[in-house]
Design a protein. Structure first.
Ligand code: PLP
Length: 219
C-alpha cells in the first residue's frame, strides 16, 4: 500500500520537485516499507521521534526536521540532520550554527515564513527575514547555509486563497534571491505543499513537497 502510494505520487512529480515522506507518528515498519520502495527523504516534526527512528533505520536516509525546533534540542539532531525546514529566529540560527561547528559540519536550513491567514502558525515576514539575514550575528554564522524558504498555506477549501498564499511564498523567495542571496547557487529550495495542497504548491513553484497522510494514511 505505502509503496504504491509513493510510486503514484512520484510518477506525477516534475523532476524539479522532491518528495519528503512525512512519517511522524508512524511506526518504523511503515518507514521501512517506504524505504524499500526507494524513498530516501523522510520528514519528522519531533526531535526525539526523529532520533529514535534514525537509530534503527538505514544510514543513507536523509532526515528532514519539518516542525518547530526548540533551541535546547538542536544538539540531538546536529550530527546527522539533512535539512531543518522551520527556522524562524536568529536565536535558533545561532544555536544551529554552534552545534554544527561542534560537529565539524555545515547544516542546511530553510527560513519559515508566515503565509497563512491563521494566527497560530509560526514564521517570519519578509522584513523580519531581511533584518535577520543582515544582522551581524547571522553574518558570522559560518556553519549554516540558508538554502531556501518554507511555508504552510491555510487549511481552507478556497483553492484561490491557497494559490495566493503559495504565490506569496514564491514572491518572498524571488525577492531574497534577488537581494540577499544573489550569488548563492545553493539558495534554491521552496518547501511548500502537503497532502491536501501539493498540486497547487507545485503549480506555484514548489521544489519540495512534504506529504504524510497521502502516503501513510491518516494520523
Ligand atoms: C504533518 C506535516 C506535514 C504533512 O501533512 P499531511 O497533510 O499529512 O501531508 C507537512 N508539513 C508539516 C510542517 C507537517 O507538520
Amino acid at each position: 500500500m505505502i509503496a504504491e502510494r509513493i510510486n503514484e505520487i512520484t510518477a506525477t512529480l516534475p523532476e524539479t520537485v522532491a518528495l519528503i515522506a512525512v512519517s511522524k507518528t508512524k511506526p518504523v515498519s511503515d518507514l521501512q516499507e517506504a524505504y524499500d520502495a526507494g524513498q530516501r527523504a523522510f520528514g519528522e516534526n519531533k526531535v526525539q521521534e526523529l532520533v529514535d527512528k534514525a537509530e534503527v533505520l538505514p544510514k543513507d536516509i536523509h532526515w528532514h526536521l519539518i516542525g518547530h525546533l526548540q533551541t535546547n534540542k538542536v544538539k540531538y539532531i546536529a550530527p546527522f540532520v539533512h535539512l531543518i525546514h522551520a527556522v524562524d529566529s536568529l536565536k535558533l540560527l545561532v544555536e544551529i550554527n554552534k552545534q554544527a561547528e561542534k560537529n565539524e559540519r555545515s547544516i542546511d536550513v530553510l527560513l519559515q515564513f508566515h503565509i497563512a491567514q491563521e494566527e497560530t502558525k509560526f514564521g517570519l515576514s519578509l522584513e523580519e527575514a531581511q533584518e535577520l539575514i543582515e544582522s551581524e550575528s547571522f553574518q558570522s554564522c559560518q556553519n549554516i547555509r540558508v538554502v531556501g524558504v518554507m511555508g504552510m498555506a491555510s487549511f481552507v477549501d478556497d483553492e484561490q486563497q491557497v494559490h495566493r498564499e503559495f504565490q506569496s511564498l514564491k514572491g518572498i523567495f524571488d525577492q531574497l534571491k534577488a537581494s540577499n542571496f544573489k550569488d548563492n547557487a545553493y539558495f534554491k529550495e521552496i518547501s511548500m505543499g502537503m497532502s491536501g495542497d501539493y498540486q497547487i504548491a507545485i503549480e506555484e513553484g514548489s521544489t519540495m513537497i512534504r506529504v504524510g497522510s497521502s502516503i501513510f494514511g491518516g494520523r
